[in-house]
Write a protein that binds this ligand. Structure first.
Ligand code: PHE
Length: 455
């Protein structure tokens, strides 16, 4: 029955593509899309109804039915899901941290904010420059020029600080257009952490040799920006905040991976528009380094946008939950997080989220590899556009898409690209025939959408 449902869903997609129309249906998320073969774009209706709200479309609109069909699943809140267990463990770690004066947990935890945000929230509020690459259409799912599916949980930093929180976690699904392989999926989950300190909180423990409080300051107006700090911050304040951030993260990972004493980790200098200085945190497992999070000292202008710029300094981090869960439970492929297969979910049916579990593959089904070569009649295809199209047609049967060859043929005055599409089901063996049909469908739609000749 389950397999049948799956086939039905996919053949619905195929059917609509064949008739040049795609229908996305998930509760209220219904709309019809058509392709304009001349402009090589999807034609959207004037408005999209998403979660009972109408959004006007425009030239920025690029959401697709696959994304909409995933909306509202909230895997991190689904009991007995690996992401639920992981967030529980992160929660437990942060709940243990008490506010020394009130003896209550220091961190508030917010995990239910809508992933539909404004450009202002996702970029402007956290000081992302207007020409920053992270804003481009090719990296995000826009509903229209002002609204998109959040690309990170940092989109909520300013609102949450404004609402009065000084220490919080914000957990949710995030959406990014990206390559297709076993570790990338256009939707994944993040946990944002933020902690702010005023002068009293930051220097509380610092007393000089005579036992008096040092007159240490967070701000010094004449201080300039360098690699270690922002302008206006004192080095002693920044170093204390940096120590708090790094200690918090290192201890979190010691809790998540109790063998952490044998787990190598390192801090890599990084750059984000909303923190300075910034780092990435990596851990080493079986000789391979994994980047787990980005973090840093919050840009003071972000705190100014939140109304706290005068008295507070703080740190922020954003960690990717799937990647950690994949390492923690030995889950080999990111698509498994969306599996409704009982063979997968039953392995996570337990109350105690701290239970160590190693995922056992239900069975390894074979891959099926088909190449797609084409001549482009006009411009070169942006691989991200092709990934979206392949995913929309092949759904979760697509394990990986690789651009394996690309060149420009002078005489023909044409670009050529060859993609390798690797098909694999998570729960059954695919027949050659079935794959050929999907592959043919992908070819047909490439011809319609991109004006190419299949070679
Ligand atoms: N938002 C960043 C990302 O998604 C991560 C981050 C969060 C970095 C907070 C610094 C501070 O890549």
């Amino acid at each position: 029955m389950r397999i049948l449902n799956r086939l039905l869903i996919q053949s619905t997609f195929r059917y609509h593509y064949r008739t040049n129309t795609v229908k996305a249906q998930k509760k209220s998320n219904t709309f019809n899309l058509e392709y304009d073969p001349i402009k090589q774009t999807i034609i959207y209706p004037p408005e999209l109804l998403i979660n009972n709200k109408n959004y006007p479309t425009d030239s920025w609109t690029n959401v697709n039915p696959h994304i909409l069909s995933r909306l509202g699943q909230n895997l991190h809140r689904q009991k007995n899901h690996p992401l639920y267990h992981l967030t529980n463990r992160i929660r437990q770690y942060f709940y243990q941290q008490k506010d020394p004066r009130k003896q209550s947990p220091k961190f508030s935890i917010i995990d239910n904010l809508s992933p539909i945000v404004t450009v202002q929230q996702n970029f402007d509020s956290i000081c992302t420059p207007n020409d920053h690459v992270s804003r481009t259409k090719s990296m995000n799912y826009y509903i229209n020029k002002d609204t998109l599916f959040r690309a990170h949980t940092s989109a909520h930093q300013v609102d949450l600080i404004r609402s009065g929180l000084n220490a919080f976690l914000c957990i949710g699904d995030v959406y990014r257009r990206d390559s297709i392989d076993p570790t990338h999926y256009p939707i994944f989950h993040q946990c944002e952490g933020v902690q702010l300190f005023n002068k009293e909180e930051l220097f509380m423990e610092n007393r000089n040799v005579r036992g008096e409080k040092d007159n240490l300051q967070i701000f010094a107006p004449n201080e300039y920006r360098d690699a270690t700090k922002q302008e206006g911050h004192t080095l002693e304040a920044v170093k204390l905040v940096e120590a708090s951030l790094k200690q918090t993260i290192t201890d979190l990972f010691k809790t998540l991976f109790p063998n952490a004493s044998t787990l190598n980790s390192r801090w890599i200098d990084a750059t984000f528009p909303f923190t300075h200085p910034s780092w990435e945190y990596e851990i080493e497992i079986d000789g391979k380094w994994y980047e787990l999070l980005g973090c840093g000292i919050i840009e003071q202008s972000v705190l100014e946008n939140s109304g706290l710029g005068k008295d507070y300094i703080g740190w922020a981090f954003g960690l990717g939950l799937e990647r950690i869960a994949m390492i923690m439970y030995g889950i080999p492929d990111i698509r498994l997080f969306w599996s409704t297969d009982s063979g997968f979910l039953s392995q996570f049916q337990f109350e105690d989220s701290t239970r160590p579990v190693q995922y056992k593959p239900v069975s390894a089904y074979p891959q099926c590899i088909n190449d797609l070569s084409m001549w482009m009649n006009k411009t070169r295809i942006d691989p991200l556009d092709l990934y979206d199209l392949v995913r929309s047609i092949g759904g979760d049967l697509i394990e990986q898409v690789l651009l394996i060859d690309e060149f420009y043929h002078e005489k023909k005055d044409k670009h050529s690209q060859t993609y390798r599409i690797i098909y694999r089901s998570m729960d059954r063996t695919l027949t050659k025939n079935e794959i050929n049909m999907i592959h043919k469908d992908i070819e047909n739609h490439c011809q319609k959408q991109f004006d190419v000749e299949i070679r």
